[in-house]
Design a protein around this ligand. Structure first.
Ligand SMILES: Cc1cc2nc3c(=O)[nH]c(=O)nc-3n(C[C@H](O)[C@H](O)[C@H](O)COP(=O)(O)OP(=O)(O)OC[C@H]3O[C@@H](n4cnc5c(N)ncnc54)[C@H](O)[C@@H]3O)c2cc1C
Length: 268
């Protein structure tokens, strides 16, 4: 029976980060992962690090997170592939540009000035190959992207260096209460943290009477067609969704491809 102060179930970014921060506090921690660390959402997401277009309540958190990313090397001894060339939301119509402008006004009223409106010429300066019908947009300079798989591996490495033990290919199938501790397979600890992302509900349901931390997994929509009429040279800027279309974000340096919805784009 392996014992610890805390058992973290799930070896994604949340699990590794939780374990790392516990280890920094001197708390003996075990991670139990059913597959391999970073195998799921944490290793393969779009890698976006942004304040652009955030829901209003998220903005202070996104700003704090950006500071964290700028100093990520101090935490995990790796820059995680983080670069901050900026992110752009393109307006294809006057109505979209008006919506972006209204949004900027709202943000300014709340004291946030990071979202900036750009006109047709500025857009072309940043994205020279943008389709002709695009008339402007919104940029956030300093937003960027990181390499998700590298990030989660860096968190894992640093956690292990600080004494965290990780058990991979070890699915948790049940959780039992034993006196003042929890037993999870061959592991025992007084505290469990559920970091199983999209499986969070399943793991929480193993002990429905017990409140556990439950991270909600998030997913991108399926990849589909191009958002603009011409192919793009991205110039390292990241194009995000336009105001009236679903999310479409291309970020991984391995494949600078734009993902968009399946609606055909009309000619200007
Ligand atoms: C740089 C970066 C950029 C990001 N950008 C985006 C983005 O642009 N868009 C976006 O939507 N999200 C983005 N995200 C967020 C990301 O996609 C997910 O929301 C996040 O990785 C979820 O992390 P997690 O640890 O909760 O889940 P996961 O990575 O899914 O980890 C959960 C782990 O739990 C394990 N597990 C499940 N059940 C069990 C069990 N019974 N026993 C043991 N283990 C179990 C799974 O195998 C899995 O490995 C980004 C993340 C990063 C790091």
């Amino acid at each position: 029976m392996a014992t610890a102060d805390v058992i973290v179930i799930g070896g994604g970014l949340h699990g590794c980060s939780t374990a790392l921060h516990l280890a920094l506090l001197g708390i003996k921690t075990i991670i139990i992962e059913k597959d391999h660390v970073g195998r799921h959402a944490s290793g393969v997401n779009a890698g976006g690090v942004r304040r652009l277009g955030r829901a209003l309540p998220e903005i202070p958190l996104a700003e704090a997170a950006l500071t964290g990313w700028q100093n990520i090397n101090d935490l995990v001894d790796d820059d995680c592939g983080f670069v901050s060339p900026g992110q752009i939301k393109v307006a294809e119509t006057e109505a979209e540009l008006e919506a972006l402008t209204a949004r900027r006004e709202t943000l300014l009223g709340l004291g946030f000035a990071h979202e900036e409106i750009i006109d047709r010429n500025q857009l072309r300066h940043l994205l020279p190959a943008i389709a002709d019908h695009c008339i402007g947009g919104m940029v956030v300079r300093g937003d960027g992207h990181a390499n998700p798989f590298r990030t989660v591996q860096a968190f894992k490495r640093k956690a292990v260096a600080l004494g965290v033990r990780i058990f991979e290919t070890t699915p948790v199938g049940g959780i039992q209460r034993r006196g003042s501790t929890w037993r999870v397979g061959a592991f025992e600890a007084p505290v469990i943290v559920n970091c199983t992302g999209a499986w969070g509900g399943q793991v929480a349901a193993m002990r429905p009477a017990v409140a556990m931390v439950h991270w909600q997994g998030r997913f991108w929509p399926k990849p589909s067609g191009k958002i603009t009429a011409s192919s793009m040279s991205w110039n390292h800027w990241i194009l995000r969704h336009t105001p009236t279309r679903p999310r479409n974000a291309p970020i991984l340096p391995l494949a600078r491809v734009t993902l968009g919805e399946r609606r055909p784009v009309s000619s200007p």
